[in-house]
Write a protein that binds this ligand. Structure first.
Ligand code: AMP
Ligand code: MG
Length: 289
């Protein structure tokens, strides 16, 4: 088993049925003892990722979709920034999904993410995703009302139906060569408070603070229930969730990097073979130089 797989195995959920969020400690740091040790592994991970990404791009067969979901201040943006720092921006596509626009609300809920899916050969990153449709939309019933779905279709089964649709959609993508990995950055309520206070105290962090964040924090328990249900119903072998301990940013980042390395390694990427015809062309080109 590679170092990457060894590090992430405890956090990978491929079968949701028995998943319980309370079994996962946000403060866990695995077998790592120090920030420095994590830093070294992160560097190693980033280097492997760069090499594998280059093959992914050259081979142009697989696409990779990485989905990030979390409570505010869990470190999604920082994880994306640090972990992807070594990859070629040309092979990477990042999208952040905000409150849907009126155009987006005029479509089915998968529409806006659908048109942002990564091409073959690319790594696509979703900072939030269609999973908001079973998170914020579930926690706030008025948001669901705003979706203008015909009332006869909005029943008590709507969440179960959405889980089914998401699962089917992800299997469809997997069968088309899009490898999907999903990250839930698992932050404790206590650590969120500490980070919010830091945002209030430090003028350079003030911009990160939004009054809406406090409002969402008040629904903490409802969110945890929604996250648990989401993972129970949508963790599959083809599209696993990683429940990433997120009270220590240095650990979050190394786990995310390792999960991406593990994923790319599983795709058996290689530079395309040069055909005899192409070899001839290369030989001829050399003569012309
Ligand atoms: P941020 O990522 O902090 O800029 O905030 C984006 C906001 O958009 C969050 O409060 C999300 O809950 C919200 N959001 C994202 N997707 C949806 C959705 N499908 N429906 C309603 N709100 C959403
Ligand atoms: Mg925010």
């Amino acid at each position: 088993m590679s170092w990457a797989s060894k590090l992430v195995t405890p956090y990978r959920v491929e079968e949701g049925e028995k998943f319980r969020l309370k079994d996962f400690d946000p403060g866990d740091t695995g077998h790592l003892h120090s920030k420095l040790q994590a830093q070294k592994l992160l560097e190693q991970g980033i280097a492997s990722m760069a090499e594998l990404q280059s093959k992914l791009y050259a081979q142009d067969r697989w696409g990779v979709l990485l989905i990030f979901q979390a409570m505010d201040a869990a470190g999604k943006d920082g994880a994306i920034k640090h972990v992807m720092s070594g990859v070629n921006p040309q092979g990477c596509q990042v999208y952040s999904f905000k409150v849907p626009s009126s155009e987006e609300l005029d479509h089915d809920f998968l529409w806006r993410t659908n048109i942002r899916l990564p091409e073959r050969g690319r790594i696509g990153i979703f900072n939030r995703s269609y999973y908001e449709e079973v998170l914020v939309v579930r926690v706030h019933p008025e948001v669901l009302k705003g979706e203008r779905i015909p009332p006869s279709l909005v029943t008590k089964d709507i969440w179960k139906e959405r889980f089914e649709d998401i699962k089917a959609f992800e299997h469809y993508l997997a069968r088309n060569g899009i490898a999907i990995r999903k990250f839930f950055l698992n932050l404790s309520k206590k650590e969120q408070k500490r980070r919010f206070l830091a945002r209030l105290d430090d003028p350079q962090k003030n911009w990160k603070f939004s009054a809406a964040d406090i409002h969402e924090r008040a629904s903490w328990d409802a969110y945890m229930g929604a996250y648990q249900e989401m993972i129970v119903h949508t963790a599959t072998k083809k599209a696993p969730w990683y429940v990433v301990p997120s009270d220590n940013k240095w650990f979050t980042r190394v786990v995310v990097a390792a999960a991406i390395v593990e994923t790319l390694e599983s795709l058996e990427l290689a530079y395309p073979e040069v055909s005899p015809q192409k070899r001839k062309e290369l030989k001829a080109a050399r003569k012309l130089l």
